[in-house]
Design a protein around this ligand. Structure first.
Ligand SMILES: Nc1ncnc2c1ncn2[C@@H]1O[C@H](COP(=O)(O)OP(=O)(O)OP(=O)(O)O)[C@@H](O)[C@H]1O
Ligand SMILES: [Mg+2]
Length: 325
């Protein structure tokens, strides 16, 4: 990638130390986020998307722990910052929209005040000025009557408005990077599209980069510049969005793409990849996808493939592509 990289995640490893054994939830993940771009991270449930995000935010909790790799934000290594140093970075230079908005808003405070607190925590401005900025960002994220909504409690807002508050909160300090973990899955399709377009527009205006975590390949096609496909804690394929859709290479990615519901099909059915995601405590000896892969050869069951370069911006973790480029 030629653009300047704002967030550089290198060989990140986060493990869960459970009574039954060590689960490698994030197992050597490298993701590069260029300035002002939207990076999609996709994969089935349990593949490590949220744990990658939580590791970057320094929010992984016991029994989970970052055990390897580096996280560099705008040239600064933030992998091992103290809690105090990290709290200056989080919400300010890098922010996150969580998978469940209801649990991340405090039910007993008006939403406007909660966003105002986020500003006061990081920036030296008066309360009045901070309030003005909240109203401004509420307007920017499409909340009608922002001055009035400022005083509303979370339960007085619809799901769509709450999600807009969360986006406003994540963007109000103009972070360099925003991680959005399934920000729209709970919303209906029209609102989902509106909110995603809004995030894309704000990102372009402010030069904020976004890591967008989603199950939805349709969403990826619409807003992402670059895509990482994860499976069992590893990146299986990565490419520019057009390249990924035009030259889908990993059998797992092909499976995911087939699972987009096809509106043109007679009986609108959802294809899913056969089999289940393997238990992280009992991963196959070879490729983690081998037990579900229709193209698996003998070697795939005993050896682990690397990520092979197949094009300028395209890598695939599958022996079929070894020595390709
Ligand atoms: N508290 C925990 N203890 C043990 N293992 C955990 C714990 N939390 C997560 N994991 C492991 O981490 C793996 C990755 O979880 P993660 O939440 O990152 O998945 P995800 O890709 O975000 O899935 P989803 O799409 O459902 O949100 C899980 O499969 C699970 O094995
Ligand atoms: Mg998740």
């Amino acid at each position: 990638m030629r653009e300047s990289i704002v967030l550089d995640i290198k060989d990140l490893k986060s493990h869960f130390f459970t009574a039954k054994g060590v689960a490698p939830a994030v197992d050597g993940v490298s993701i590069q986020v260029p300035a002002g771009k939207i990076i999609g991270v996709v994969g089935e449930s349990g593949c490590g998307k949220s744990m990658t995000a939580m590791s970057v935010m320094g929010l992984l909790r016991y029994p989970g722990r970052v055990v390897g790799g580096t996280i560099t934000l705008d040239g600064r290594d933030i992998t091992h910052l103290s809690a105090k140093e990290l709290s200056k970075v989080r919400g300010n230079e890098i922010s996150m929209i969580f998978q469940e908005p209801m649990t991340s808003l405090n039910p007993v405070y008006p939403v406007g005040k909660q966003v105002r607190e986020a500003i006061l925590l990081h920036q030296k401005v008066s309360k009045a000025e901070a309030k003005e900025r909240v109203v401004e960002i509420f307007r920017a994220v499409g909340i009608p009557e922002p001055e009035k909504r400022y005083y509303n409690y979370p339960h007085q807002l619809s799901g769509g408005l709450r999600q807009r508050v969360m986006i406003g909160m994540a963007m109000v300090c103009r972070p360099k990077v925003m991680i959005a973990d399934e920000p729209t899955t709970a919303l209906d399709v029209t609102i989902e599209a509106q909110i995603l377009r809004l995030m894309k527009k704000l990102c372009e205006e402010q030069g904020t980069s976004i890591i967008l975590i989603t199950h939805n390949m349709g969403v990826v096609a619409e807003v992402c510049d670059y895509v990482y496909v994860m499976y069992a804690g590893k990146v299986m394929e990565q490419a520019e969005t057009f390249e990924l859709f035009d030259h889908t290479s990993h059998p797992y990615t092909r499976g995911l793409l087939n699972s987009i519901p096809r509106l043109d099909e007679k009986a609108r059915r959802l294809h899913t990849i056969e089999g289940v995601v393997p238990n992280l405590l009992h991963l196959p000896e070879g490729c983690s996808f081998c037990t579900r892969c229709s193209e698996a050869k003998k070697r795939c069951f005993v050896e682990r493939p690397d990520l092979y370069q197949v094009g300028e911006e395209h890598k695939v973790r599958c022996f079929q592509y070894e020595g390709e480029a």
